[in-house]
Design a protein. Structure first.
Length: 365
């Protein structure tokens, strides 16, 4: 572990120009609702699941999933969806996609749900994600291009077809050809159930480098309470996970980079930095490839943090490791272990996964 904290500078809350509106939901044609252990959808290659949750009923019977649905195939338009299923039988109960897309785009472009949560207090689902002006295959953190807007949807559990949507717009940059991106990758409901924290990445004119992590909170009616951008002076970092500190309602934020290992910081509940971000680096005996350590999920429990993710072993074979990393004292992010635990080692299929990560991708959500 590198015992030098990375320095971020907290930015002031900006005029986000956020807006909200109501969109329509549509039943996905060809859904095959069956009794049994394997719900199927006609042309399954046209639907991709990125997240699911078990939402609280009296018997915790039901689950919900989100992702992207391509009505005309993966080379066409993609839309976020919400699917409801019976956890015991895995029978699919309902699945709808929502006509949410980057405004004014005629060519194929994608929008995707990255995180889904359920609020018992609001009896609603919340889905966060991104709508881009192009196909996701063309977008990565090393070569950011195009334009995108972030969104959070609120979907009444009793009225799935008419969700409300909160849109986040990135800043405009002086260069009209410069990419303008914004994404909300994660949501977390507070312990009291009265607010939702979120994190992601956005374009800002306030800091050099332009593309920085953002964190904020909303109430259960999608009203923005605060949203800050945090300066990372060396490389692009995206917020990928946010967790509440149950002791004081602070926020722990997990960050991924395109070239460096993950980092963690702590904020108080108005966005001021409580603990400066710490970048965690690993070396021998596994010779982890620099920048390949992708953290996926942060688990806070009894004052400690466990982080899980994947990384790649340096060398010609591109072996992949799944890992967990422990920070035994969350009030001291520097207390993290010097090593991580690995659970598998698999050969990664040929491709550019080692070098490229999408700022929108499931690994960043």
């Amino acid at each position: 572990m590198n015992n030098q904290p990375r320095q971020f500078v907290v930015g002031n809350e900006t005029d986000w120009g956020v807006n909200s509106f109501v969109i329509n939901g549509h039943l996905i044609d060809g859904a095959n609702f069956i009794t049994g252990k394997k719900p199927t959808v006609v042309a399954p290659e046209n639907i991709q699941l990125t997240d699911f949750t078990i939402y609280p009923t009296e018997d915790y019977q039901y689950g919900a999933g989100t992702g992207v649905y391509y009505p005309l195939g993966v080379t066409g338009m993609g839309y976020p969806f919400l699917g409801i299923y019976d956890k015991a039988t895995m029978a699919l109960i309902s699945i709808e996609y929502f006509d949410l897309s980057y405004p004014g785009i005629q060519d194929p472009a994608n929008a995707i749900g990255l995180r889904v949560i359920y609020s018992r207090e609001a009896q609603s689902f919340y889905i966060s994600g991104v709508m881009a002006d192009q196909l996701f295959a063309d977008i990565n953190m090393n070569n950011i291009q195009g334009k995108s807007k972030a969104f959070i949807m609120k979907i009444d559990a009793l009225g799935l077809a008419n969700p409300q949507v909160l849109i986040f717009d990135p800043d405009n940059l002086p260069d009209p050809q410069a990419p303008l991106i914004c994404v909300v990758t994660d949501l977390e409901i507070s312990g009291a159930g009265t607010e939702i924290a979120f994190t992601g990445m956005t374009t800002t004119t306030d800091f050099a480098g332009n593309y920085n992590p953002m964190v904020g909170t909303i109430d259960l009616n999608l009203n923005l309470q605060w949203c800050n951008v945090y300066n990372f002076p060396i490389d692009r970092y995206s917020g990928v996970d946010v967790e509440y500190n149950t002791a004081n309602n602070n926020l722990f934020v997990l960050l991924n980079s395109s070239r460096y290992p993950f980092a963690v910081m702590e904020l108080n509940n108005n966005g001021t930095i409580k603990q400066q971000p710490v970048k965690y680096e690993f070396s021998d005996p596994l010779s982890i490839a620099l920048g390949s350590t992708r953290a996926h999920k942060m688990h806070y429990n009894n004052g400690a943090i466990m982080i899980t993710g994947n990384c790649f072993v340096d060398g010609a074979t591109s072996d992949q490791l799944l890992f967990s990393y422990n920070i035994p004292t969350a009030s001291n992010l520097m207390s993290g272990n010097n090593t991580f635990n690995s659970y598998s080692r698999e050969l990664v299929p040929l491709g550019s996964q080692k070098a490229v990560t999408g700022y929108w991708a499931p690994e960043n959500s």
